[in-house]
Structure formats: C-alpha cells, structure tokens
Write a protein that binds this ligand. Structure first.
Ligand code: SF4
Ligand code: SF4
Ligand code: FES
Length: 240
C-alpha cells in the first residue's frame, strides 16, 4: 500500500512552521503512523514527494505499545498515539500529521509537555507517608494509574491552555487515586487544590472522554473525585 503523509514541521521554536509531504510504501497490515515516521527517517537520503532531500523528522517514542504516551500527536485532526494510529484506518487521500497544539513545539512533532508535571507539582500530587490503599478502592486506583500523561485530553479541552489555572484531566486522573488514599490532613490540602485547579475550570462537557487513548472512563473518575472533594463536605455542612 502507498500512503501520502503531510507533516507540519518546524526546525526549532524560533523557526517558521511549514508543511512537507512524503510518500511511503509498505505491505505491513498493522503499519502505524509511528512505523511510517520510522521508515521515512531510515531512508538515505530522505526524500519528500518532490524528490527534495529533507532533514530527519523529529518525533518522540519509547514503548511503541500504547504504554508511555510519548508519541501523542494530531493525526488527521484527532489527537492520538502515533504507535496506535494504523495507516489503513486513516480516512482521506492523505494522512496529515501535526504536533499537539496546546504545548510549545520543540521541533517538528516533538512538543514540550513539562507543564503537565509542573501542574502535578503545584497541586502536590504525590504519595505521602501514612497513605493507605484500601482493597475496596482497587478499581479506582487501577483506572487512575492508567493515565499516560500524553496530553490528548487537553488538546480537545476548550478550557485548558498551557500555564492557565485550569489543569484539566491529565491532572484529575492521577489525583483521583490520591483522593482515595491520602490521610485526612493531606486530603484536605489536596481537595482545596482540586477545587481550584480542576473542578472550578471544568465545563463538564466531556469532550475529553472519548479521546483518551488509555480508554480511561474520565466521567466516572471525575464524579468520584468531585464527590470526595466537594459534595461530601457540602452535604455534611447542610445536614450536620
Ligand atoms: S469535561 Fe470538558 S472542560 Fe472538563 S476537562 Fe473534559 S473537555 Fe475539558
Ligand atoms: S487522561 Fe487519557 S488522554 Fe488525558 S493524559 Fe491521561 S491518558 Fe492521556
Ligand atoms: S511510543 Fe509509547 S505510547 Fe506510543
């Protein structure tokens, strides 16, 4: 099969973005966008559709098994993992590959997602001593641990922008398990941060729900976290 792939490229943050189109041929039925990018980068010389010699495409990957989130990018308008996006399943005459737009571009398809970790640091989303995991909460703890920090949910979220006060679901998912496990005093601090950086800014439209490549049921975890962080406290005050 022959595939035409258009890539939005940028040499460095200071350079202008431009589009470049390539053609690859592969008989691999399961070939993905990650396969295509690797094949292109292995060409010597690497030629675009016009036969012009090109620089190697800068992109990130690690596991190639939907486990690390490093290869998240926008493919035909949808944020997804390049190692999970089969070429044969993409619609249209050509496959358009772009970097995630909510983060600064480092080069080509590589973006700087360090804000995700800065946000987790701001809300102190880490385990502290005295944390206890209860067996009855295993399901929530497991589902929350599936988050890849890929940023796909943030790409489609109308309320998230890098450096803003609203941290989005990439912060909510890891916090969902901590809200279940933390000792009470720590939980109190985390609930405050949750209200400020997650609950307050979320429009609950759930555009993020179907985009998550890890298949996390965002709605269920959000309902649970909202209940722990806000509603239980409010009801306690009303009915005390
Ligand atoms: S529910 Fe809507 S506003 Fe909230 S994180 Fe998802 S996309 Fe963003
Ligand atoms: S919730 Fe899903 S889409 Fe969002 S960062 Fe985690 S794995 Fe990625
Ligand atoms: S390379 Fe790890 S998720 Fe794609």
């Amino acid at each position: 099969m022959k595939y035409t792939i258009e890539i939005l490229r940028q040499k460095s943050p200071a350079d202008k973005a431009y589009r470049q189109t390539f053609v690859i041929e592969t008989e691999l039925k399961n070939a993905t966008v990650a396969t295509a990018l690797s094949m292109l980068n292995m060409q010597d010389p690497m030629l675009d559709i016009e036969g012009k010699e090109s620089d190697r495409i800068v992109w990130e990957c690690s596991c190639l098994q939907k486990k690390c989130g490093a290869c998240a990018m926008v493919i035909n308008g949808r944020p997804q993992l390049a190692c999970d996006a089969r070429l044969s399943e993409q619609k249209g005459d050509k496959i358009v590959v772009e970097p995630l737009k909510k983060f600064p571009v480092v080069a080509d398809l590589t973006v700087d997602r360090s804000i995700l970790f800065e946000n987790l640091k701001t809300i102190s989303a880490w385990l502290v001593s005295g944390t206890r995991a209860s067996e009855s909460k295993n399901d929530i703890l497991y589902r929350s641990s599936l988050c890849l920090q890929c940023g796909c949910c943030l790409e489609v979220c109308p309320n998230f922008f890098s450096g803003g006060e609203f941290f989005g679901m990439a912060s909510m998912i890891p916090v969902a398990r901590l809200l279940e496990e933390m000792p009470d005093e720590e939980k109190k601090k985390l609930r405050k941060q949750y209200s400020k950086h997650i609950f307050g800014g979320c429009g609950k439209s759930l555009s993020c729900q179907n985009i998550c490549p890890a298949g996390i049921n965002i709605e269920e975890l959000m309902v649970n976290s909202n209940a722990i962080s806000l509603w239980k406290g409010i009801f306690k005050k009303i009915f005390k």
